[in-house]
Every structure is written in C-alpha cells, then in structure tokens.
Design a protein around this ligand. Structure first.
Ligand code: BG6
Length: 472
C-alpha cells in the first residue's frame, strides 16, 4: 500500500531499549544469587563467561542515567529468578529484592517506565536439576516466582512480559543453553513440546494472577516473531511457509491471545506422537490467561521451501536461521536479502509485513521488545564508535513501523536490542548491539567504561522528535 501521507507515531509512543539479566548484569554468583542454567552451561568456545558481562549490577545508575540522556521513555530489563529466589523455590534473597527495587526506582527517578521481563532464558540450576520445564511442577515454580515479583514490584511496575522467546527455547534450546532432556528420552519432540506446554500453562496462570493481584497492570508475551516467506510461488512452498509460520509464530500467539493450540501445530504433533499431556485444569487455565498487549522481538523474516520428508536438515540453525522439520518445511536462504556480519538476514520491509500480519490476526496493541544489529564495533583512539551500519539498520526498521502504523496497526513502542553492549546468547561480547559501548573485550575486562556510540546521539534525536527526524 502506498500512502500519500504517513500517520505520525502516537504521542505516548514508548521509545526505549532492552537488556536481559544474565547477559548484562554480571555478578552472577554475588550477593546471594544462585546459579541459573546459564551459569552451569558449557560456555561456547572462544566466548566470555557470564561473571562480569557489562557489570550492570554495579553500574546500573550510570547506565540508566545514559538511557535518560537518550530520552528513553521505557527500559525493558529482565529479573533474574535466582537473584530473587536462589534455589528457584523457597527462600527469597533480600539483596536480590533490593537490587531490582533499586533498578525500578532509578528508572522512575528518570521518568523511565520499567518494562519487566519475568523470564529471559535463565532457569534456576536447582530446578534444572529437577527436570526444568519438563517437570509438571515447573508451572507452580514459575507462578510462585511471579507472585514474589508482583508483591514486591507491582506497586511500580505497570508493564510485564512473561517469557522471552519461548518459541526459541522450544526450537533452538541447545543454542541458547537451555534445553534439558531427561536421560533415556525416546521421543525428543514429545518431550520438547511437553516442556513447551508447561511454559504455556505457566504463562497463562501468571497472566491471570497478574490481573487478579495488579488490576491496573498490563501483561503480554514476548516471542520472537518472523513472518515466513515461501521460497517460490510453488503451492508446495506456500504450504511449507504456512507450516513454519504456525510452528514458529502462531502457536505462541494463538495461545497467548486465544488460549488455544494452533490447529496445524497440533496436527503435526499428533502425526509424530508428540502431543503434550494436559494436567487437570490446563485447558481452563490456558483459556483464562489473557494478554493485554503483544511484545515481540523481530530481527528478520524467515524463508522456507517444501520438505519431501526424507532430506537432511541443517544442524547449525539459531534464532534467526530456519532449520526445517521433515515433511513440514525446510529452511531456505533468501537471495534477496543482505546479511549482517554474523550472517543474519536483514529485512526491514519484512518488519512491516510481520506487524501487519500480527495485527490482522490478533488485534492487540504491540510493542517491539527487540530489534537490532550485532556487529564488531570499534572504539577509536579519541573515544568514538562510528556505527553508521547500526543507524542504517535501525532507521530502516523504524521507517517500517511508521508505515505499519499508517496501515492501521496499533503500535505502543519500540525497544531495540540492546540498550548497552552485553554478552550475546552464543557469540560472546564481540557481537555488540548497544547504543552504549562497554570497554571490554571477550576475555580482557579493560576499564569497563561506557562510551556513547554515534547511534546513541542519533537515537536521542529520534526520540526527541518522536520519530519525525530519522536523518543522521
Ligand atoms: C534474542 C534474545 O534471541 O536475540 C536475546 O532474546 C539475544 O537474548 C538477541 O541476545 C540477539 O541474539 P544473539 O544470539 O546475537 O545474542
């Protein structure tokens, strides 16, 4: 659709950016914090461990002041389960409660709205040892954690996100360091989708509890949504794209919004003897969990072709590279899209297409909870970081949000990844995303001083003009 005149960003549009606890905080076993699955995983070769990260734990005041300087309206961060409850259940850690009280108060002091992710890839190690999300008790563990957060922070936190990228935990858990398979597991697909089911029920119950305990607050999911294109106009490829769209995207949003399993996914699970077992009350619980808005991460689209059912699927897939499922779809490299230095395709127009499709399916306000470019930034001798490539990436994506708004979609805000440099899920510290540069290398912690990148000054202007001026 060509627009003669674009609609402006809403006056109360929430400009900000995101981080996650295990990637930014460091201090991973300090002040009573228990280990999470991230602390006990095998660190990918050549990448840093999580002991220091960006040292946000000790420098959050400086970091939030820099966010305020950029004009942030919102800061999306996650709460580490094991900082609050070191063993995952039982004793609460007062120092952990205090740390997030400080973060929230610091945000409010600067007129920044805290947007809290309840779970970002960091299952307590003690609960991992008890089966992680594969244990039906995980629903209650998570609900208890949710209750502790609502009780302690609900007076000030009005926006909550449940589980970050549940779809990626399910599709590429080993890459993120979260997949827990019980010994002797004979049907991996069933096990994984049983874990997924527990997460869905946990999310639904946490949303219902939020509405009960904090009637003023709003809560939504935060999956990673990438519209899937067919590799060609062959009808078979189109069906494959529908299949992958269902498995990757709609399963999670159909559940968060309508409380039902996507029918294509269910049929595929049935076909593979992998449908999850429902505990008594699950069906009702899923129906009762109601999202008030949709948070979603977008990095690029996906493309796939038909699968004949007997081919080898690639084994190097991560969040943004489609692998394939025999007989359902097969990942395909889109030849029309450039890629980042780390091989992820770049598709701003696909952002608009994704937003349009989501809005026509779900009709809920949406906030972008991640979007961004990972790159090898360089600090110059005079303390500058010339990240024009990041500005280009962000600008072309923000333009597409405005086009999507002009198409009639309801957008609440934009929180790119990431507010500050932090450790990537599996590609270390050198894959930087932030507006704020952190002076450290993969293994050399250097000064940990903060520097404003060129994108910092650019984003500040974008925010101050409410998206009117996207020029350099
Ligand atoms: C998302 C995650 O998948 O993408 C983040 O929610 C992650 O935790 C981000 O860091 C970028 O991915 P990566 O693999 O480059 O760190």
């Amino acid at each position: 659709m060509l627009h003669k005149k674009l609609k402006p960003f809403p006056q109360d549009f929430l400009w900000g950016a995101s981080t996650s606890a295990y990637q930014v905080e460091g201090a991973n076993l300090i002040d009573g914090k228990g280990p999470s699955c991230q602390d006990i995983k095998e660190i990918p070769e050549g990448t840093s461990d999580l002991t220091v990260c960006a040292d946000h734990y000790h420098r959050y005041q400086e970091d939030i002041a820099l966010m305020a300087e950029m004009g942030f309206k919102v800061y999306r961060f996650s709460i580490s389960w094991t900082r609050l409850i070191p063993e995952g259940t039982g004793e609460v850690n007062p120092k952990g409660i205090e740390f997030y009280n400080n973060i929230i108060d610091e945000c409010i002091k600067h007129d920044i709205i805290p947007l809290v992710t309840m779970f970002h890839f960091d299952m307590p190690a003690a609960l991992d040892a008890r089966g992680s999300w594969g244990n039906p008790e995980s629903v209650d563990w998570f609900l208890n954690f949710a209750k502790v957060m609502y009780e302690n922070y609900g007076d000030r936190v009005k926006y909550w996100l449940t589980i970050n990228e549940q779809n990626m935990l399910t599709l590429v858990g080993p890459v993120i360091g979260t997949l827990h398979l019980p010994e002797g597991c004979t049907n991996e697909l069933r096990e994984i989708y049983q874990q997924n089911h527990h997460m869905l029920v946990a999310q639904a119950k946490a949303m219902a509890l939020c509405h009960e305990m904090l009637p003023e607050a709003k809560i939504g999911p935060a999956p990673n949504i990438s519209l899937v294109y067919p590799a060609s106009c062959k009808p078979e490829d189109n069906l494959a794209a529908q299949n992958y769209n269902a498995v990757r995207n709609w399963l999670y949003l159909d559940m968060a919004v309508y409380g039902v399993y996507n029918n294509l996914v269910w049929a595929w699970l049935e076909e593979n003897d992998a449908t999850p077992t429902f505990a008594p009350g699950d069906e009702e619980a899923l129906k009762n969990g109601r999202a008030d808005f949709i948070g979603f991460n977008y990095y690029n689209t996906a493309t796939c072709e038909a699968s004949e059912g007997d081919e080898e699927m690639r084994s190097d897939a991560d969040q943004q590279t489609a692998r394939g499922e025999s007989g359902m779809f097969k990942g395909y490299r889109n030849p029309h899209l450039p890629t980042t230095e780390f091989g992820w395709e770049i598709d701003p127009m696909g952002f608009r297409a994704t937003i349009r499709e989501m809005y026509s399916r779900y009709r809920l306000p949406m906030i972008v909870t991640e979007n961004g470019l990972g790159a090898y930034d360089k600090l110059t001798e005079d303390g500058k970081i010339h990240d024009q490539y990041r500005i280009n990436y962000l600008r072309t994506h923000i333009e597409q949000i405005q086009l999507a708004i002009s198409d009639g979609a309801e957008m609440m805000g934009y929180c790119p990844w990431s507010a500050i440099d932090l450790i990537s899920t599996h590609e270390g510290m050198v894959k930087r995303y932030g507006f704020i540069y952190v002076d450290r290398d993969e293994f050399d912690l250097k000064t940990l001083n903060r520097y404003r990148k060129d994108s910092f000054y650019w984003y500040k202007k974008v925010i101050s003009t409410n998206g009117d001026d996207l020029t350099d």
